[in-house]
Design a protein around this ligand. Structure first.
Ligand SMILES: [Zn+2]
Length: 224
């Protein structure tokens, strides 16, 4: 998972460098906290790397391919309406694995939380304050993403932060709350205007921006 580059990017054909440094990342190979698809995690890391090395144009196509292939796989399962509802319920309650795009969202938001809290500790600020700064900055900068989708991304993050205390202390509780919050991506995307694929891609891009801002803060820590 943690090669220095990700091989050839589906959009530009080049390899993007892992960003920020490896030492700032969750060890996804070791992490047992969620049953996650390695391809989805790799896609999330690649999107971050591309955004950080000045190739943000690579991000949207990668995310779109991921979302489209999930729905292709689901349509091949040929489930009836009842079976689909059951499948969705099992996923949302945590009994079944997340969809690939929900895993990508989980990676973006958990990196945002982790990096924000690292920066908060290093700078002596509260995590809430750093998170607020990160989401405000990122939302204000991402004007190409419809506001509804930016708000949806923020609402999933806020829901996780609010529910975290019920899930345990510190980051562990946050990650656990986040894994349930991210499972609402598909459901939420259906309630927004527009089609669910566009909505999910937009929410993912907004969440990637949060991670990008938080990652920029930690990657500056060493030089301070
Ligand atoms: Zn690329």
């Amino acid at each position: 998972m943690f090669a220095t580059t990700f091989g050839s990017c589906p959009s530009c054909g080049d390899g993007h460098l892992l960003w920020p440094e490896r030492k700032f990342h969750v060890d996804w190979d070791e992490s047992q906290s969620i049953e996650h698809g390695p391809d989805a995690i790799r896609c999330a890391l690649e999107v971050l790397a591309a955004a950080a090395d000045g190739s943000p144009g690579c991000n949207e196509p990668s995310l779109r391919i991921l979302v489209a292939s999930t729905y292709e796989a689901m349509s091949e399962m040929r489930m009836g309406a009842w079976a689909q509802r059951q499948y969705r319920k099992r996923r949302q309650s945590g009994q079944d694995p997340m969809l690939a795009q929900e895993t990508v969202l989980y990676v973006f938001l958990s990196m945002t939380l982790m990096w924000s809290s690292m920066y908060a500790t290093a700078s002596g600020q509260g995590v809430d304050k750093v998170l607020e700064f990160v989401t405000d900055q990122a939302n204000a900068a991402a004007t190409s993403i419809p506001q509804e989708r930016r708000q949806a991304a923020e609402s999933l993050l806020v829901a996780a932060v609010q529910q975290a205390p019920e899930h345990g202390e510190d980051l562990e509780g946050l990650f656990s709350a986040l894994s349930l919050s991210c499972r609402m991506l598909e459901k939420l995307s259906k309630h927004l205007r527009g089609n669910k694929t566009d909505n999910q891609v937009g929410i993912l891009l907004a969440a990637a921006n949060y991670a990008l801002y938080a990652g920029t803060l930690v990657s500056r820590m060493d030089s301070v």
